[in-house]
Design a protein around this ligand. Sequence first.
Ligand code: MIC
Ligand code: SF4
Length: 758
Amino acid sequence: MAVHASTPVTLIEAAYARLAAAVSAARAQTGRPLTTAEKILIGHLDDPSGPLPERGRSYVDFRPDRVAMQDATAQMAWLQFMTAGLTEVAVPTTVHCDHLIQARVDARRDLLAALENHDEVYDFLESVSARYGAGFWKPGSGIIHQVVLENYAFPGGMMIGTDSHTPNAGGLGMVAVGVGGADAVDVMTGFPWNVRWPKFIGVHLTGHLSGWSAPKDVILKVADLLTVAGGTGAIVEYFGPGAETISATGKATICNMGAEIGATTSLFAYDESMARFLKATGREQMAAAAGAVAEHLRPDDGVLADPAGSYDSVIEIDLSSLAPHINGPHSPDRARPVSELGAEAAAEGWPMEISAALVGSCTNSSYEDITRAASIVSAAVARGLKVQAPLLVTPGSEQIRATIARDGLLGIFEEAGATVLANACGPCIGQWSRSDVAEGDANVIVTSYNRNFPKRNDGLASTLAFVTSPEVVVALALAGRVDFDPLNDTLHSDDGTEVHLPEPIGTELPPDGFDPGEAGFLAPPPPGERDAIEVRISPTSRRLQELHPFAPWDGRDFEGLAVLVKAAGKCTTDHISAAGPWLAYRGHLENISGNLFAGAVNAFGGAVGEGKDQTDGQVRPYPEIAKRYHAAGWSWVAVGDANYGEGSSREHAAMEPRFRGCVAVITRSFARIAETNLKKQGVLALTFADPADYDAIGPDDRIAIGGLADLAPGRPVRVKVTGPDGSTTAFDTRHTLSADQIDWFRAGSALNVIRTRL
Ligand code: MIC
Ligand code: SF4
């Protein structure tokens, strides 16, 4: 497999040829107009001959064009791939080193420190990519989603990526879906990618953004309307005249944060803004190829004439009246216009002062974002204002960094006292060495990132994080307070002058073109040279550990299972397998299991990360109890509330429980990727048929799960709960296993099934 620094136009033309044929066949067969997402899905069906699958029900096999993986998830994916015994990946695959770089001092020193601290992991990723024919983007080259947008995404394509914000590429009209590593391994080993045919949510955009309102506000508003679970099982498709007024990078921001509403992905139809971005990033041929098939990259006229007849639901947003928003704390759907934050903070008792302001991340670090934010900073500084809180800027890619440095934009931030960090995730994922506040110090941060779960940025539960657009972040940094409305309030410079901040001014694309900066891509060597590449995993390594296949199901029903944890409220992947310092162990299943459920809130008493160890009745941290159950050969279940596993794609949140003996996770509902990750690893993902049965499970109960020999699609699974006094109660749970997926459970994991087929 040849992998290049961008998607070759031949690959795109081949995809378009399949797209055109499949779309006309489907249109003839269904006799109804098709949405953009439907067309792209149809164009990537493994078997396009049958009838269109049933929305929200049928599981379907697809053939994605590409796979992208970031360093924190690629390790486990490669460790799984290596057990398949293949010589190369079956589809173009790239690895991006972005998550492991810690924000400490500044870009240069932080990158050097990362190269030293993570050399073993980087060596592994570089050599394993070379060995199996994948492309490797070095540390410092940028955040996966920006690098993909600038080089690999193309309208009408399909990609899966081992990161939940992969849908960022929807800004270029691609169906790009975040998945766990095991899904990526399916595709890398030449098997189709299996996922449920989604529902379709249409977002009709009218009007146009102006003043302080930015693309970020569209998704902050959508999150408000749909909530963190509202997009589950759906593709969100933006359409209408307003869509065409938004730049491709602005569209990418909107699609990126669709992860926060649980959507399978989000996308826009191909338009002029995408053509402009493709041309500006050196992909004129791609723009021409897309232009030639534009009719297949947009909704049919019949969809636009009757959206309600084509989408499962439709949301209306008038961009002209959309106010700038700020969402948080603790959940990305807790929304309000920025003008209302001060009053809410006063009512809630949140601190008014801002302790840090952060611009960048995969969500918001485009040229347009940076120019808009910089326009505010330079106008404010010219009027004698200073930033009142530490301001940290993370460029999304080396290309953005080099371009904004050349164009004097980084200089504007630096003159205002900002720290420019490495082109990496940094504080967005807890890679932030912060000493100005300690645990227990209530403090507020404002970011242009996408997530704001407790502890996410700095590891401190007492930090309240709010997400907003980059221009609002810098405005709040200049005020130093959350009760500042940049539209209506004024600030005072040191000499007492009253300053009304001007409206942000942005430039969509760099007038002098992009500066690629330092080259960060390593192509794999030609096939003949790959066998000599050694992929080293030291048996004594703390960072990497070879994987061994999980044992197949023994054919017996589960009896006497302990309840390791019953989580109350939000139980995101950050609660199940925290990031920050734990990112260091993403390639070592045993070591990373030291964080298992460390953030979960115990439904029995509310303690965080600890519960009763049934082996001796002592209270211990969950990771320790799980280790002790594992050592004792016990099997156990975890119980969760609604939208269990929301957030990240990290499959560690499924592999760790599996490794420690978990056989089932029973919840009120699952986030899509979390549910799939559990199924892939052979763990039963069950939901209470009656959500009230969540209350039936006590701390000392034992669980039995019966009828497993008859496990069948759509057939409920009976769960029996026995209390410590011998009393019993039973209830039904549901699962979404298809017939093929039941084989994953029987074989012990999806990968075990693949191994038998290779
Ligand atoms: C995130 O934003 O939570 C991450 C870190 O990028 C994760 C991936 C991971 O945990 O490695 C994601 O979004 O999938
Ligand atoms: Fe990185 Fe944050 Fe984007 Fe995740 S959301 S890929 S941690 S920048």
